[in-house]
Design a protein around this ligand. Structure first.
Ligand SMILES: N[C@@H](CCC(=O)N[C@@H](CS)C(=O)NCC(=O)O)C(=O)O
Length: 209
């Protein structure tokens, strides 16, 4: 199988970190997003949505969407479990990951894609082009700021984002913090719970993925 990737992008990083935590290596193909390679005919045949990550299986099936690709690898390599060991853990981890994705990751994406020149007319990822809406950039930034505070609050009650064990929810939240740099949003120094967790996350070898 082949993972279509771009080293500087946060969405494929979610998959790279997940694979690193699993100890799984997959052949990767770099798609040069900054040169528009994802809009070319060859890549559109792989993913008509024109985004990475995309995982091409040996039978030609293509899986897109970072959470779906991670789910596939969880089923293929259940150890260590990163999506919960029993129904309750699975539900909680899915809930917190979705929370981080919608309220953190997507908020930063809105802030970036509705303001940066390179995303002019590409304010949303997908088949169809969409114009930027500057008000969405502002709203995205405000939402991202709230997310950081809410994450700090969550981490004051729980060691890891999804509960007592490290999970995919931590990966999504951690990649979101890195993504904040692209909108020049820094984590406020008074968010001590977030700092404790971020230091622990940064010490994991997967943080370099
Ligand atoms: N919903 C997709 C989104 C993936 C995504 O946003 N990928 C970005 C890189 S982080 C991309 O390929 N963008 C191409 C573009 O800007 O057209 C997922 O979660 O995997």
């Amino acid at each position: 199988m082949k993972l279509y990737d771009f080293a500087l992008s946060p969405s494929p990083r979610r998959v790279r970190m997940f694979l690193a935590e699993k100890g799984v290596t997959v052949e990767t193909v770099q798609v040069q997003l900054r040169e528009g390679e994802n809009h070319g005919e060859a890549f559109r045949k792989v993913n008509p949505g024109r985004f990475v990550p995309a995982l091409e299986l040996d039978d030609g099936t293509v899986l897109c969407e970072a959470p779906a690709i991670c789910r596939y690898f969880e089923a293929l390599h259940p150890d260590p479990p990163l999506m919960g060991r029993d129904p309750k853990e699975q539900g909680e981890i899915a809930m917190w990951e979705r929370w981080a994705d919608v309220n953190g990751f997507m908020a930063v994406a809105d802030a970036l894609r509705n303001s940066a020149e390179r995303f002019k007319d590409r304010a949303l990822v997908g088949k169809v082009d969409h114009a930027q809406i500057p008000a969405l950039a502002e709203r995205g930034r405000t939402r991202a700021e709230h997310f950081l505070h809410d994450l700090d609050e969550r981490l004051g009650k729980s060691e890891w984002v999804g509960g007592a064990a490290f999970s995919v929810a931590d990966i999504t939240a951690f990649v979101t913090i890195g993504f904040c740099a692209m909108i020049e949003l820094e984590v406020p120094g008074n968010l001590k719970n977030l700092k404790r967790w971020h230091d622990a996350m940064s010490a994991r070898p997967s943080a370099n993925a």
